[in-house]
Design a protein around this ligand. Structure first.
Ligand code: CR6
Length: 813
């Protein structure tokens, strides 16, 4: 590792004082903690800018290849702590502030959590940016500067309540407005067919209205302080202050309304899995992002080149899911319509530049856009998509002469009552690389999701198992463990997580194991304080902390977890079977506002918590807590405090998971199905250090169709007791039949997520786990091996793979 370059901190204190006095116009004595947080951040930002400018000059001088990661979501989390750690100055800054009578921890707690993402996909994008900068690679993010991120969740009477999350999208100290580099984005309008001078067909896109994309940059500094890349987020503005024409006609209010509607484009992030199909605003958002990004990327490229011959050698673009799939059409439009390239040349450039990552197999999450909406919003792009499809189908007829069914299946346009654009097909056709995010997922993409495309282009398909950045998820989130590791094996792990392997041999040293376990205990105490503060529940840090933290969704099977809790409740209550060890079941996660069953599940967790926590006998052994408003800053406290990580999705449904990796690296033992990256975690830690249960992908697939939950129910008095309780008044408070829909989905509607099929095996694995937990030495060794053997889940490893195999990106130190 190259040594850390520490920036010069001599002017740091003055910058804070100047900020408070000259930007805020206050004497220091009047400054609030938030004022001081902003002051410290602007002093840090000054340091970041020096690194950023040097980095950009280095890239320009060498005319490097750049990678642009286009994503509708970036879940950065708070940035102050991370920036200080990556620059190696956290302790120095702490000391400077202490000298000024200030406490860094208090100021850090003032930082809002920008929730510009839903969950794994957005957080992955943020981890990737950290790794790119830490590996000194020219990789940049493009996203939307939403005014409102994902809603804030609060709990009232056991129900989820959603409140808007307005974050300072125009005034965050990390955002640098770049008004000079704004992008003009045409949208709406219609196609006018004209003949050009040579008599050829010349479609013209006219009467569009212009939206302005204003870039705001967040500098992303890598560990070691050598490189700072950027995340560029666009805000939408109206092109003119008013639409002059309407204004002249005297309709002042309509003119203002139009302005507001343009600015709506970057107003709010859509919560995933609730995108009511065909929401026009979402399509406009996707197009807006793509159009701004493509314009910006081309502008940067043309600063150093006169033509497009080098484009795909100097530019790589990664599409984070299908959300930015319109990049295919927009890059073509730009090359052909704006820059005058021939179609074939433009197509080669486009496909050599673009690569697509698939993040889900769930049919409801696979985007399709009705032609009518596409035509209304971006008529020229629809023409281009038709032309791409026409040429694509032509090559298919050559490859598969007598197979019209196959053409039907593969077409970018889905025929049917309502014709639709299949965004995944557009992304696959327009890219040179298609990857899934875990081995099993990539396999299922090839064999189950788009086998026809795999048959046609096997060489395009590859796997890139997700990863997480050790800087945020170990160094920053778990300072106690980070310190112990560094004392024991040095600090190389921060940039080379595989070196954690050296911890393995320390498992035989009782003194080391003791220290390792003590740190977990301290993290559990910290988490217990959070639970007390946010859920008002006292929990015992010596009980097993069993944590299920992620979006609430049927496929993630929080319901199965609740079934197990209810089962445990009855075992104590009715059968006097006391568990081997006391357990605290901790849940955290948001349900999409329109997802009825997921929201009801949150209510059920609270109903069960009420009964269990108040029962004098049971509560000695079982406690249930729900931590509201799951977000990055809370995950940083929750994850290091886990003994058990619940990763119990129905096999084949979780593409990868990244929370599973964060828990394991922090020494939690996984209770999991053979799904997503759990399979690779099991491979890495070994079968003795993980609890695998339930049906695997092949078994689930084999069962589909013939699966009969009624049969399992009939044979299991335990399951009957649990489900009857769900359907009884027991957990309902005074709302009768409250949980019938959850009961109904499992008992009468086929139990699509196969909770019952995996129930017994889940209970058995949990019993084994409790038995192992009480063997302190065995448990400590297991958790240590989880940390020691999960180094491959660093996002540095993932980024190295993308860089080498997909992007052709090099280190620029
Ligand atoms: N919901 C997958 O479901 C994966 C992340 C990042 C998800 C999850 O298993 O770890 O992406 N998919 O690859 C989508 O968002 C579409 C997710 O976060």
């Amino acid at each position: 590792m190259d040594s850390i370059i520490k920036p010069d901190l001599s002017g740091f204190e003055n910058t804070i004082r100047d900020y408070v006095r000259y930007v805020l116009g206050k004497p220091m004595t009047d400054a609030t903690s938030t004022d001081l947080f902003n002051g410290v951040s602007s002093a840090v930002r000054k340091l970041l800018m020096d690194i950023r400018i040097e980095t950009e000059q280095r890239y320009d001088r060498r005319d490097v290849k750049r990678m642009h990661y286009i994503s509708m979501e970036f879940l950065t989390g708070p940035l102050l702590a991370n920036n200080l750690l990556n620059m190696g100055i956290q302790e120095d800054v702490r000391a400077i502030l202490k000298n000024m009578g200030l406490d860094l921890d208090i100021l850090m707690a003032c930082e809002p959590d920008p929730s510009l993402g839903n969950g794994g996909l957005g957080r992955l994008a943020a981890c990737f940016l950290d790794s790119l900068a830490s590996l000194d690679m020219p990789g940049f993010g493009y996203g939307i500067n939403y005014d409102y991120g994902l809603f804030k969740q609060s709990i009232m009477g056991g129900y989820q309540r959603e409140k808007p999350d307005y974050w300072p999208s125009r005034s965050s100290p990390w955002l640098i407005a770049r008004s000079g580099e704004k992008c003009m984005v045409p949208v709406y309008g219609r196609i006018v067919d004209t003949e050009d001078i040579e008599g050829g067909y010349n479609p013209m896109w006219s009467e569009w209205k212009l939206v302005v994309g204003r870039p705001h940059d967040i500098p992303v500094v890598g560990y070691g302080g050598h490189t700072a890349n950027r995340l560029r987020l666009f805000s939408a503005w109206a092109s003119e202050d008013f639409d002059i024409q309407i204004f002249n006609e005297g309709d002042y209010f309509r003119a203002v309304e139009r302005k507001i509607s343009s600015e709506n484009i970057s107003k709010i992030l859509y919560p995933s899995d609730s995108q009511e199909a065909g929401r026009e605003l979402r399509l406009v958002q996707e197009y807006f992002l793509v159009a701004c990004a493509v314009q910006d990327i081309i502008r940067i490229y043309l600063k150093q080149h006169d033509d497009f011959n080098q484009f795909s050698k100097k530019v790589a673009i990664q599409l984070n899911d299908t959300h930015p799939a319109l990049t295919v059409a927009e890059l073509m439009r730009s090359l052909v319509d704006v820059h005058g390239l021939e179609w074939d040349n433009a197509w080669d450039i486009t496909t050599q530049t673009l690569a697509y990552t698939n993040h889900t197999l769930l049919p409801e999450a696979l985007e399709k856009w009705p032609l009518a909406i596409v035509e209304k919003v971006i008529p020229r792009h629809l023409q281009i998509i038709y032309e791409i499809n026409r040429r694509f189908l032509e090559t298919l007829t050559v490859n598969y002469p007598d197979d019209p069914q196959r053409l039907h299946r593969m077409s970018i346009i889905e025929e049917g009552d309502e014709k639709q654009v299949r965004m995944a097909h557009l992304a696959i056709v327009g890219s040179h690389s298609v990857n899934g995010v875990a081995k099993i997922h990539s396999h299922l993409v090839k064999t189950g999701l788009v086998p026809d495309f795999y048959d046609l282009w096997p060489e395009k398909f590859n796997n890139k198992t997700n990863g997480v950045t050790p800087r945020r998820w170990l160094l920053s989130a778990n300072p106690g463990l980070a310190r112990l590791i560094t004392e024991s094996i040095g600090d190389k792990w921060i940039v080379d997580l595989d070196t954690l392997k050296a911890l393995e041999s320390l498992g035989r040293d009782p003194a080391f194991l003791e220290k390792f376990s003590m740190i977990k205990r301290e993290n559990k105490v910290r988490l217990a304080r959070l639970i007390k503060k946010t859920a008002y529940i006292d929990v015992d840090p010596d009980s097993i902390f069993d944590i299920h933290a992620k979006r609430i969704h049927e496929y993630k099977r929080q319901f199965l977890n609740v079934m197990h809790i209810i089962h445990g409740y009855f075992m104590i209550q009715e059968e006097g079977v006391i568990p081997t060890a006391p357990r605290t079941y901790i849940f955290s996660g948001k349900a999409a506002p329109g997802y009825f069953l997921a929201k009801l599940l949150i209510r059920l967790i609270h109903g069960v918590a009420d009964v269990v926590n108040k029962d004098p006998l049971v509560s000695q052994w079982i406690k249930v807590a729900f931590i509201p408003d799951y977000k990055v800053s809370l995950a940083e406290i929750i994850i290091p405090g886990a003994d058990v990580s619940e990763q119990i999705s129905t096999a084949g449904m979780e593409a990868s998971g990244t929370g599973n990796m964060k828990f394991a690296i922090n020494g939690a033992v996984t209770m999991g199905t053979m799904d997503g990256a759990n399979i690779e975690i099991a491979e890495a830690v070994g079968p003795d250090n993980i609890y695998i249960f339930g049906h695997d992908v092949e078994e689930i697939q084999a069962m589909r169709g013939a699966y009969d939950p009624g049969k399992i129910l009939a044979q299991s008095p335990h399951i009957q007791r649990v489900l009857n309780a769900v359907n009884s008044p027991l957990f309902c408070g005074w709302e009768n039949d409250l949980f019938f829909p959850l009961f109904d989905a499992v008992v009468n509607h086929g139990d699509y997520y196969m909770n019952l099929a995996d129930f017994q095996s889940y209970v058995d694995a949990q019993v084994r786990l409790s038995g192992d937990y009480v063997d302190k030495k065995k448990w400590a060794q297991m958790t240590l091996l989880n940390t020691a053997r999960t180094g491959i889940f660093s996002s540095d490893r993932t980024i190295r793979e993308y860089a080498g195999e997909v992007w052709g990106l090099e280190r620029q130190i």
